[in-house]
Design a protein around this ligand. Structure first.
Ligand code: AMP
Length: 454
């Protein structure tokens, strides 16, 4: 299927052609037709699947079909996002796809002065992309009303719940007229997420896009069992191998730690900057601009700050610290392998983090290949960790099977052929042997055997 086969208005088709988009991604192919018909939508998908265009394109189409001026201090479309970065990204996408339509977009989020946001909203806008906290502030002060909203989108709803926005989101939705089209996107569908979706959507079409395809085919993954004190040295080696023109994101757990790490990387002669919630919006924007332009090839980020960072040249994600929430792992590695590109995700795991690794592997339903070639791999240490790890896996499996099997719905091995061979396997250098990227079951089982032997 091509975009031309979708009943999208000509100016939208032109904008897509200008960006070189030819084929709709699966979520776009499934979501756009019912959205054009006015249906509500429940989308289970994460970034990297093309979900932003999946909701922007049909909304733009419907806006221009029924072209009318927005009400003052209001918007025809309200898109709620958990973070400023994602809001900015979505706003940019709307403007890009609406390039040939006369669409006015405004952004509302905290961390910056509210004056310009209030002024932008005064005459009314077509599309408002907002984070819940600041939006509620502006509503309370009488600068915004939601009475003119015809479309509401909740993007990355699971993350909004994680960040404690459930009440603000409910209060905001309650102010949107009942006569509306509602779209709800989430990477995961925990009961609390589903409950929120049910309270917002009317007879929705459901579209589920498994993240597996993206994860397994375009991002190679591996874990390095490593002592905490060796992590910096291995990081330096990996960053020094980063080819010219490619970018890397290094994930740390804390804001303080990320700042320190960025300073240390810079001292090693590799330009790095940190991005996290303690930095002002303009600092974050400037850092992202320098990163995008390749002036600073390494970004050190915390989970929240990295959401919405969509930079195609990111070929390497390093989990310097493993996330304690397994979902975050999926989001982190989704920063690489964007669109048609391929990427590499390397996770450092020290003794303290074995439990986190176990949770991640349960969520993604695959064992990460162990990198035994990396310079800081110590067979005895790695064997201890592998043992701790597999003991835990068995323990959890035992408990789970008592309760009815796999928590993802008994689908067994859903990852297709994605065991993930990757550049480093048996090769040492990340840049060697790049041909084979699609793993297969044989690779996976040999990885397991490798692990057993380590
Ligand atoms: P998203 O999942 O919305 O964050 O999109 C991931 C990336 O894919 C973004 O860089 C988009 O610009 C790009 N993209 C989305 N849809 C398409 C498409 N149909 N063809 C090519 N690139 C796309």
């Amino acid at each position: 299927m091509t975009f031309a086969a979708l009943p999208l208005a000509e100016p939208i088709q032109r904008a897509l052609a200008g960006r070189g988009y030819e084929t709709p991604s699966p979520i776009q192919a499934q979501a756009i037709p019912p959205l054009i018909e006015g249906r509500d939508l429940l989308g289970c998908a994460q970034t990297g699947t093309g979900k932003t265009a999946a909701f922007c394109l049909p909304i733009l189409h419907r806006l221009q079909e029924n072209n009318r001026r927005p009400k003052a201090k209001s918007a025809r479309v309200l898109i709620l996002t958990p973070t400023r970065e994602l809001a900015t990204q979505v706003g940019k996408s709307m403007e890009a796809y609406g390039e040939f339509l006369n669409i006015k977009t405004a952004l509302v989020f905290g961390g910056v002065g509210q004056g310009p946001q209030v002024r932008a909203l005064r005459p009314g806008v077509d599309v408002l992309v907002a984070c819940p906290g600041r939006l509620e502030d502006l509503i309370d002060q009488g600068h915004v009303t939601l009475s003119g909203v015809e479309f509401i989108v909740l993007d990355e709803a699971d993350r909004m719940l994680d960040m404690g926005f459930v009440k603000p989101v409910k209060r905001i939705v309650a102010q949107v007229p009942k006569q509306r089209q509602s779209l709800f996107f989430s990477a995961t569908m925990a009961p609390s997420v589903r409950e929120l979706a049910n309270s917002i959507l009317k007879d929705p079409v459901s579209v589920t896009i498994e993240p597996e395809v993206k994860t397994s085919e375009s991002v190679s993954q591996r874990v390095c069992f490593i002592k905490r004190e060796d992590k910096r040295s291995l990081l330096k080696e990996l960053l020094e191998e980063l080819p010219e023109g490619e970018l890397a994101i290094v994930f740390g757990r804390t804001k303080y730690g990320s700042d320190k790490l960025a300073r240390w990387i810079t001292q090693q002669g590799i330009k790095a900057e940190a991005i996290h919630g303690n930095r002002s919006q303009s600092q974050r924007d400037k850092t992202l601009d320098r990163f995008r332009a390749g002036k600073v090839p390494v970004l050190v980020a915390t989970d929240v700050a990295a959401r919405g960072v969509d930079v195609k040249a990111v070929t390497l994600v390093i989990n310097f610290d493993l996330p304690n929430e397994p979902d975050a792992y999926v989001h982190r590695i989704g920063r690489t392998g964007r669109a048609e590109a391929t990427g590499h995700a390397v996770s450092f795991c020290s003794e303290e983090e074995v439990e986190y690794l176990r949770d991640i592997e349960r969520l993604i339903e695959m064992s990460l290949p162990i990198d035994t070639e990396q310079a800081y791999h110590e067979p005895n240490y790695a064997a201890d960790l592998a043992q701790m790890h597999s003991r835990g896996q068995q323990g959890k499996k035992g408990r789970r099977s008592g309760g009815g099997g796999n928590r993802r719905g008994g689908g067994g091995q859903r990852r297709g052929n994605g065991g993930g061979n990757h550049r480093n396997q048996g090769g040492g250098n990340r840049n060697q042997g790049g041909g084979e990227r699609r793993g297969n079951n044989q690779n996976r089982s040999s990885n397991r055997r490798r692990r057993a032997k380590v």
